[in-house]
Design a protein around this ligand. Structure first.
Ligand code: KIV
Length: 276
């Protein structure tokens, strides 16, 4: 057990199958990260479809240089805080570094995030050995979001936060991984810092929806770290896919509404926010 007293189960209006229906109908999925109840409440009221409790909290909340030191207990705590602010949106929680190193560890961590963190889906980075964890969770009725491209938990091996899939060989490998995570049972796929054309090809090739961050307009939806979407710079270099939606708005809720409206209409992201 990672925490704490019981809250009543949430009944989110948005479900995992809804996201698939949105892909099929062509309605773009708007998503943001949240780490606490107040921000969650504001983005939920603005009409966000899905909220991710990202392990980016290791950087934007805890002030770390990367996401590697975030624990399952941290994720459960923040997921539960966010759940208390949501009425409508689907809640996805990140599985932190090494919490899915084996399928057994993945089952324990994901169960805590659903039962104690009140999430409806968990996200894991990568393919390869992660495919077994995706399959194990899916077989146990735990909805999984995969995450490919720039996978921040690999920062120590990659040597930095870098765009992925730029040459032909790397692009083919990424397309193959996307098909593998879908076949293993993932029901959603985040594509981070992937050339826009490749993200479009992956999106066309899959039945499950894709959510892009620095992956161009042709994903089925978009996500941003909420601090980035509000122009809060936590001392890190601002990536090109970020836009400050608070600029010109009078409140944080208005900024969230502007983000959702631009995602839904296709006004965001523009070519300048993507990679070739
Ligand atoms: O941790 C996070 O916030 C994420 C998003 C950037 C997709 O994984």
């Amino acid at each position: 057990m990672y925490t704490s007293p019981a809250d009543p189960p949430r009944r989110p209006a948005r479900t995992v199958p809804d996201l698939r229906r949105m892909k099929m109908s062509g309605e773009r999925i708007a998503s943001l990260t949240a780490y606490d109840a107040s921000f969650a409440r504001a983005m939920d009221a603005a009409g966000i479809d899905a909220v991710l409790v990202g392990d980016s909290l290791g950087m934007v909340v805890q002030g770390g240089a990367n996401t590697v030191s975030v624990t399952v207990a941290d994720m459960v705590y923040h997921s539960r805080c966010v759940a208390r602010g949501l009425q409508q949106a689907l809640l996805i929680a990140d599985m932190p570094f090494q919490s899915y190193a084996t399928p057994d560890r993945a089952i324990d961590a994901a169960s805590a995030l659903l039962a104690e963190g009140l999430a409806s889906m968990v996200k894991m980075e990568g393919a390869g050995f992660v495919l077994d964890a995706i399959a194990s969770l899916s077989a146990r009725e735990i909805p999984v979001c995969a995450h490919l491209g720039l996978t921040p938990q690999s920062v120590l091996r990659m040597g930095g936060f870098k765009v992925q899939g730029r040459d032909a060989e790397a692009a083919q490998a990424l397309l193959a991984q996307a098909k593998q995570v879908e076949a293993a049972g993932a029901q959603l796929l985040v594509l981070e810092c992937v050339p826009s054309g490749l993200a479009a090809e992956i999106t066309r090739s899959l039945d499950i929806p894709t959510i892009g961050i620095g992956a161009g307009l042709d994903c089925d939806g978009q996500i941003l770290v909420s601090y980035d979407a509000l122009g809060i710079n936590s001392g890190h270099r601002r990536p090109r896919f970020v836009k400050d939606f608070l600029k010109g708005q009078e409140s944080i809720e208005a900024a969230f509404k502007a983000y959702i409206s631009e995602v839904k209409s296709g006004a965001f992201p523009q070519a300048e926010h993507g990679y070739a």
